[in-house]
Unconditional design. Structure first.
Length: 392
C-alpha cells in the first residue's frame, strides 16, 4: 500500500505504517520547492547546533589561548628546522635542549622551542635570520614551512634538519595568536545562546500580550497596541543599542536587550490572528455553550495561532543573530574574553588592509550561514504550514 491513495470520492488516505522519516522524505512531492528550502535550512542548522553542543570535543584549542604566532594564514603554522651544511646530524630536535634557536619576529615556531626546552633568539626580518645563522650567532633557525624553498634559494650553504614541525592551523590565527577555528566553534555557543534566548523570551512575552490584547479588546487592546507600536517604530538595532547601554554588557543583558526588539513582532502577528479566530463560528458556539473565556482562549484560539508563532520564531532568531553581531561589532556586546563572531569581525576589520583577510572572512561566513539557515527554515515553514488542499 502506498502512502497516498485516492479512493472513489478523491479523498486523501495516509498509510499509518509509513515511518516518520519516510513520510518527511515523501513530503517533497506535496510541497515542492518549499520542502527543499525548509530541509536545506534545517540541515544547515543541525550541523551548527551539533558544533555548538560538541564544542569542547571538536575545538583544537582554548579560544582565548595564544597558541601560536599572530597572523598565521589558513593552513599555516608548520615550520622547518634549518642549519648550516654538514651540521644537520648534530642538531636533531632531541639535541636542542638549552641551545639557542633563531626565529623571526611574529612567525611560527615558538611552541616548538618551548617544548624542546631551548632558548629563542628573535630576529626582526628574514634577512637578519639568515645572517644570524650564517655568522654563527645561532646554530639553527626555524622557518615557516611554506617559505623553506624560497629561503634556501636566496641563502646558500644551508640545509634542512627536519621539516613539517608542529600543527597546522586550518583557519589561521588572529592578531593575538589565537586559533581562529577554535574561536569559530566556541563563538557558535555564544551566538546561538544569545539569539535563541532572546527569541524565546520575546516569544513568551509577545505571545502572551498578543493573546490578551486580541481576546479582550476595548481599552486594554488600545493601550497595549499603542505601547507595542511605539516600540515597533524604533529601528531594531537602535533600540537594542539603547537597551544595552542601560543594562550593560553580558550574555544575559544582551539577550534581554535583543528580545525587546522582537516582542512587538510576536504581538502584532498573534493579535491579528486572535482577532480573526475569535469571530469564527466554533468559538461563538463554545461561548454560547457556557465555555469560560480562559478555556476558549486555551482550547480554541491559541492552537490556531501556533503555526504563525513557529514561523515568526525562526525568522526572529535569524534577525537576532544579525542584531547581536551588530552590537558586538560596535563594541556594545559581550566582554572580550567571550568568543563571539561579531567581536572577531570588528577586531579583524582593522587588519584587513594589511592583507589578513581570514580574520573577517570566516566569522562573517558563519554569521551568514546561521542567519540564512533560520531564514530558509522560516520561509519554508510559512508555506508548508499554510492551509492548502492536497490534490491527487
Amino acid at each position: 500500500m502506498t502512502e497516498i491513495d485516492n479512493n472513489v470520492e478523491g479523498n486523501v488516505v495516509l498509510d499509518e505504517n509509513i515511518g516518520i522519516l519516510n513520510r518527511i522524505w515523501r513530503g517533497r512531492k506535496w510541497y515542492g520547492a518549499e520542502w527543499y528550502i525548509t530541509t536545506f535550512g534545517a540541515c544547515l542548522l543541525v550541523l551548527i547546533i551539533l558544533m555548538t553542543i560538541f564544542a569542547p570535543v571538536i575545538s583544537p584549542y582554548d579560544p582565548n589561548d595564544m597558541t601560536a604566532a599572530p597572523f598565521l594564514p589558513p593552513g599555516g603554522g608548520q615550520v622547518a628546522l634549518i642549519t648550516r651544511l654538514g651540521m644537520a646530524s648534530e642538531l636533531q630536535p632531541e639535541m636542542l635542549v638549552d641551545r639557542t634557536i633563531g626565529i623571526q619576529r611574529n612567525k611560527g615556531g615558538i611552541q616548538e622551542i618551548i617544548s624542546w626546552n631551548a632558548t629563542k633568539q628573535v630576529f626582526m626580518t628574514q634577512m637578519d635570520l639568515a645572517i644570524g645563522l650564517q655568522n654563527g650567532i645561532v646554530d639553527v633557525i626555524l622557518v615557516e614551512q611554506d617559505n623553506v624553498e624560497n629561503f634556501l634559494s636566496k641563502n646558500g650553504g644551508l640545509e634542512v634538519v627536519t621539516d613539517k614541525i608542529g600543527e597546522k592551523y586550518l583557519l589561521g590565527t588572529d592578531n593575538l595568536g589565537r586559533d581562529v577555528l577554535s574561536r569559530i566553534i566556541w563563538g557558535s555557543r555564544t551566538v546561538m545562546g544569545v539569539a535563541l534566548s532572546a527569541s524565546l523570551l520575546s516569544l513568551l512575552l509577545g505571545v502572551s500580550i498578543g493573546l490578551l490584547s486580541g481576546f479582550m479588546g476595548g481599552g486594554v487592546d488600545k493601550v497595549l497596541s499603542l505601547v507595542m507600536d511605539s516600540l515597533y517604530s524604533f529601528p531594531g538595532l537602535i533600540l537594542a543599542i539603547a537597551m544595552v547601554a542601560v543594562l550593560g554588557p553580558g550574555v544575559i543583558n544582551v539577550a534581554i536587550a535583543v528580545s525587546v526588539v522582537y516582542i512587538p513582532t510576536f504581538f502584532r502577528v498573534v493579535r491579528g490572528q486572535v482577532l480573526s479566530v475569535k469571530e469564527e463560528l466554533y468559538v461563538e458556539a463554545a461561548r454560547s455553550l457556557g465555555a469560560k473565556p480562559l478555556d476558549i482562549l486555551r482550547k480554541y484560539i491559541f492552537p490556531n495561532v501556533i503555526p504563525s508563532i513557529v514561523v515568526v520564531l525562526s525568522l526572529s532568531v535569524a534577525d537576532a543573530i544579525l542584531t547581536e553581531a551588530g552590537l558586538s561589532f560596535i563594541g556594545l556586546g559581550l566582554p572580550p574574553d567571550i568568543p563571539d563572531w561579531g567581536y572577531d569581525v570588528s577586531k579583524g576589520a582593522s587588519f584587513l588592509v594589511a592583507g589578513h583577510w581570514w580574520l573577517v572572512t570566516f566569522p562573517g561566513i558563519m554569521i551568514t550561514l546561521v542567519a540564512t539557515g533560520f531564514s530558509l527554515l522560516g520561509e519554508g515553514l510559512s508555506e508548508i504550514l499554510n492551509p492548502r488542499l492536497v490534490k491527487s
